[in-house]
Design a protein around this ligand. Structure first.
Ligand code: BGC
Ligand code: CA
Length: 569
């Protein structure tokens, strides 16, 4: 039964239809274009796609301002195209997750227009109003520096409305049972059209108590259970992947002690401390974050990511740690955003150095959870800092060295394709990389294939093995009597480390042999039971812990590749 939990070991790829592939030459990506790229995604090894919002929207926040939850924005295609797409994905064994943005609507949503125009409207209480300007109207902005307040006066309504995000995104009154019923209806609708679940936007704000008199927004966690129950009833294998950048001590409130709330959450704690480790070569805070976020129900899973469509939020680091990451990866003011983060893409942050990119990706694929890739990172795409805020990292996918990177035939793409310089489509594109065995694209494809052969990462228990060197992280996973072990060197210099695998009892013998899954360079423990490994600058190793019986079986089978994956299912 438990093997059915597909999300425990999925390979999730996030993309925006708008910037992926334009099929009809109007400069805007669309579902038909995306469909033509499904074989590319399947070839890469992707098993689930997370789509950014594609519903009807005035597009003032890249679709995170929805004006109709039950419509496909005509710029991207029709309902027919959408259903063809989910079907085509399904045929290739790829699931589709979509964004569920229900903390707020667009201020152009008919509900809001109705609500503001008439105090007796049935939609009035779907939003949060105040007759007077609330005292803390200048507090709690999500986009400080850009967003001025969280309450704005509405002329027609002659009242103030609450908006946790931009002023054109009025918050829904999610405590209102009618709003909750509508959220279920939205989920049920898209489930029916072929999706396998939702990336729920801004979860802590969705479930927070809202109102002019609320001083500390307390979370109504019970709502999460209701979402899950509804989904489970409609379609048993659908999930909610929550965006909740919260303190580790609150994680279990989101997962639910009984595993009855969110199926998945993005691990923002590990994400931020991972970037700190990459910046400082000190893995100790990362290990702390891993340990702190270890507890989760059997059915719960972390989403592991490097960069997403937003800024790299460093708000959970100490001031000193944040300064270190800024200095290493975003030293210019223009690279930073909202007083807490960096808006660049991964490749430019790491200086385009493939060793460091591989290290970062290798970590994302082997830290405890399910990897979530951002489109374009598999080819090392860059950013365009001349574009405002987060849009700098949302430029069109670079497919080839044809004009506009092969993204569109139009001369007016909705966002300029990166051109010229080290990250221009002329050099960085999928077509060129497909032809080079050592390209980042082909490396990513190979590492994904191997990741699928180590289900221990998704299912197993991890332990961090002490090497005495803070620059080197060694993690072991155990599951069903199998173990795998990963070594990562964050340092710019080679390191020599010694460690014992740490298995006991019958398994102690196994620990003496480490089968390298990525090369022929296996490791045998010395007389003291320890492995002595010299690992190159930014190096990484993936090992299967194998004992004598492994070697025997290999001989019986007449050799065969040493990189054999899982020993049993
Ligand atoms: C999304 C952002 C969006 C915001 C408002 C977030 O948490 O990730 O991209 O701007 O919600 O919907
Ligand atoms: Ca188009």
């Amino acid at each position: 039964m438990i093997n059915d939990l597909w999300y425990k070991n999925a390979i999730i790829y996030s993309l925006s239809v708008a910037t992926f592939m334009d099929s009809n030459g109007d400069g805007i990506g669309d579902f038909v274009g995306l469909m033509r790229r499904l074989d590319y995604l399947q070839g890469l090894g992707v098993t689930a796609i997370w789509l950014m919002p594609f519903q009807v929207s005035p597009q003032r926040d890249d679709g995170y301002d929805i004006a109709d939850y039950y419509g496909v924005d005509p710029r991207y295609g029709t309902f027919g195209d959408f259903v063809e797409f989910t079907h085509a994905a399904k045929q290739r064994g790829i699931r589709v997750l979509i964004d569920l943005v229900v903390n707020h609507t667009s201020n152009e949503h008919p509900w809001f227009l109705d609500a503001r125009g008439d105090p007796s409207s049935k939609y009035r209480d779907w939003y949060i109003w105040s007759d007077t300007r609330p005292a803390d109207a200048n507090k709690g902005m999500v986009f400080p520096g850009v967003q001025k307040s969280t309450w704005t006066y509405e002329e027609t309504a002659k009242a103030w409305y609450f908006h946790r995000f931009y002023d054109f995104q009025p918050d829904l009154n999610t405590a209102n049972p009618a709003v909750q019923a509508e959220i279920f209806k939205i989920m049920g609708f898209w489930i029916q059209l072929g999706v396998s679940g939702f990336r729920m936007d801004a979860v802590p704000f969705v479930i927070a108590k809202k109102g002019a008199d609320v001083r500390r927004p307390t979370e109504q966690y019970a709502m999460l259970r209701e979402f899950r129950e509804f989904l489970q009833w409609r379609q048993g294998d659908s999930i909610v992947l929550g965006e909740a950048n919260v303190l580790a001590k609150n994680d279990m409130e989101y997962f639910g002690d009984a595993g009855d709330r969110l199926h998945m959450m993005f691990n923002f704690q590990v994400n931020q401390h991972l970037f700190y480790a990459l910046a400082s070569a000190d893995t100790r805070p990362l290990v702390k974050a891993m340990e702190a976020t270890k507890p989760r129900p059997v059915t719960g899973q972390w989403g592991m990511f490097l960069r997403n469509h937003d800024e790299l939020d460093l708000g959970r680091l100490t001031d000193a740690q944040r300064r270190t990451v800024f200095a290493a990866f975003g030293p210019d003011k223009d690279m930073q955003l909202y007083d807490r983060g960096i808006r660049r893409r991964l490749a430019p942050m790491l200086g385009g150095d493939q060793r460091r990119l591989e290290l970062a990706y290798s970590l994302m694929f082997t830290l405890p959870g399910t990897p979530v890739i951002r489109y374009g990172d598999e080819i090392g795409m860059g950013d365009d800092l001349s574009l405002p805020e987060r849009t700098c990292a949302r430029t069109p996918m670079q497919w080839s060295n044809e004009p506009h990177g092969g993204f569109t035939k139009s001369d007016k793409p909705l966002s300029p394709v990166i051109s010229g310089g080290p990250y221009g489509y002329e050099h960085i594109n999928a077509a060129i990389q497909r032809r080079h065995p050592d390209s980042l694209l082909n490396w990513t494809e190979r590492i994904i294939r191997m990741r699928k052969e180590v289900p221990e990462v998704g299912w197993g228990d991890f332990s961090v093995i002490d090497t005495g060197d803070r620059a080197v992280l060694v993690i072991r996973y155990d599951w069903r009597n199998n173990s795998v072990l990963f070594v990562h060197n964050f340092h710019a210099e080679p390191r020599e480390i010694a460690f014992a695998v740490g298995l006991t009892g019958d398994n102690a013998e196994h620990g003496k042999l480490l089968i390298n899954l990525l090369s022929e360079d296996h490791s045998r423990a010395g007389g003291n039971g320890k492995h002595q490994i010299v690992i190159e600058a930014y190096g990484y190793r993936w090992y299967r812990v194998g004992g004598l019986d492994y070697l025997l079986r290999r001989t019986e089978a007449g050799g065969g590749p040493a990189g054999t994956g899982a020993r049993s299912g």
